[in-house]
Write a protein that binds this ligand. Structure first.
Ligand code: GCO
Length: 412
């Protein structure tokens, strides 16, 4: 049974981060190992290292978000810190995240907590990771532990971030997928010794079913602790569009990377929509972005995508929507404001048509570690000096906060 959003819940106006991208020193995770493979064999431009030292500096960051006028902060807890060895839970790490939630509440921010944001404990990956069915039990056990520790403080939960990315390589024939995984295993063997390694994105094809089960089990665990919790998963939902002749390609991609996951949200309370741009399809597949300026991640600047994806997700899943990520990698903050303004106008149009949108959480609160791209692409409302860790709020932070204060019931 899904919980009902309390009618008086204010619109969530906030910003988001993910533990691995901002905390620093997350050396217990599978991705840390991949980042640090010799010669960039894991595909990362640079390692995450100290990141933004958000693990220690979260009070300042939370203060900046609240001070600007926002009322929500989405952050993730790092499984490898909380459960450094299978079945061994760290009370200190659990307390850390409970303190973060407390800091949010004290500042007037609703904490929105993500349980899994791409990284998994190295031990899980070495047990065969998400290809092994027991990963779902391990995740649910961890989720229950976190919910019992801080569920009284957290009303809104995201189980698995962008769970649909596990199907990203769907167009690769199984043999090619297996070769890719083998290559990674070989590179990791030199570093951590031989093991059956599978990560969220690089797996042998069994992971999607296990991840879906993990989501359902974690949801049940959270509801046992707190029946009124609002629980959902988040999905990467680029606006998929076909040019004439590309309809079949677009529909095929949408079926596997979007519909398959929108269709498992029956017991959820909301769908977390994460949209940055559109993707065009022609007769023979994905097309490059049209001529013009691109973002620092190489994406078309297309803020209209958010409205389209929100409409699509709401229609397909018939659930309330929270925009759990939307933003732009740019060094030009005026461009960030213009992009976000346009995205919010689209959201207002969708709401005017009756689409139930409950929140807008901008990606990202801070400039951060953009995975394989490293630290180049800057998505933050707050800049961070990587030597001194000094925070510099950008004009976009005050701008978004002012928006939040002027429209407490959401963009209109
Ligand atoms: C994702 C993640 C974020 C990214 C952001 C920008 O969508 O990949 O949820 O961790 O940093 O989307 O690429």
């Amino acid at each position: 049974m899904s919980a009902v959003f309390p009618s008086k819940t204010p619109f969530l106006w906030g910003a988001a981060t993910a533990a691995h991208q901002v905390e620093g020193g997350n050396n217990g995770s599978d991705i840390w190992q991949m980042e640090n493979l010799a010669g960039g064999a894991g595909g990362f431009r640079e390692p995450s290292g100290d990141a933004m030292d958000h693990y220690h500096r979260y009070p300042q960051d939370i203060g900046l978000l609240a001070g600007a006028g926002l009322n929500a902060y989405r952050f993730s807890v790092e499984w490898a810190r909380i459960e450094p060895e299978p079945g061994m839970f760290s009370g200190a790490a659990l307390d850390h995240y409970a303190r973060m939630a407390d800091a949010c509440l004290a500042a007037g921010l609703a904490p929105v907590v993500t349980l899994h944001h791409f990284t998994s404990p190295l031990w899980l990956a070495q047990e065969g990771g998400w290809d092994e069915t027991q990963a779902a039990e391990s995740f649910a056990n961890f989720a229950g532990r976190v919910a019992r520790h801080m569920g009284d403080r957290v009303a809104t939960w995201c189980t698995i971030n962008e769970i649909n990315l596990c199907n990203l390589g769907f167009e690769l024939v199984p043999a090619r997928r297996a070769r890719r995984l083998e290559k990674l295993r070989d590179a990791l063997t030199a570093r951590i010794g031989p093991s059956a390694f599978s990560s969220f994105l690089i797996h042998d094809g069994r992971a999607p079913a296990v991840l879906k089960r993990a989501h359902a089990m974690a949801l049940a665990e959270i509801k046992t602790v707190r029946s009124d919790a609002l629980v959902g998963l988040t999905l990467a939902l680029p606006d998929l569009q076909a040019v004439p002749g590309g309809e079949d390609q677009m529909l095929r991609t949408r079926a596997v990377t979007q519909d398959e996951f929108l269709d498992i949200t029956g017991d959820d309370d909301f769908v977390g929509v994460q949209t940055y741009t559109r993707e065009l399809f022609g007769e023979s597949g994905r097309l490059p972005p049209p001529e013009g300026d691109l973002t620092l991640t190489g994406w078309e600047i297309y803020p209209q995508a958010l409205e389209a994806s929100v409409r699509y997700a709401a229609a397909r899943a018939a659930k309330p929507i929270i925009v759990t990520e939307n933003g732009i990698a740019t060094s030009d903050d005026a461009q960030r404001i213009a992009y976000t303004e346009a995205a919010l106008s689209g959201l207002a149009r969708a709401r005017a048509d009756g689409i139930d949108v409950r929140g807008y959480l901008h990606w990202s609160a801070l400039d951060n570690f953009e995975w394989m791209h490293g630290y180049g692409p800057t998505f933050g409302l707050i800049g961070v000096d990587r030597e001194t860790f000094k925070r510099t709020p950008k004009p976009s932070l005050a701008w978004l906060g002012a928006r939040a204060k002027a429209h407490p019931h959401g963009p209109d």
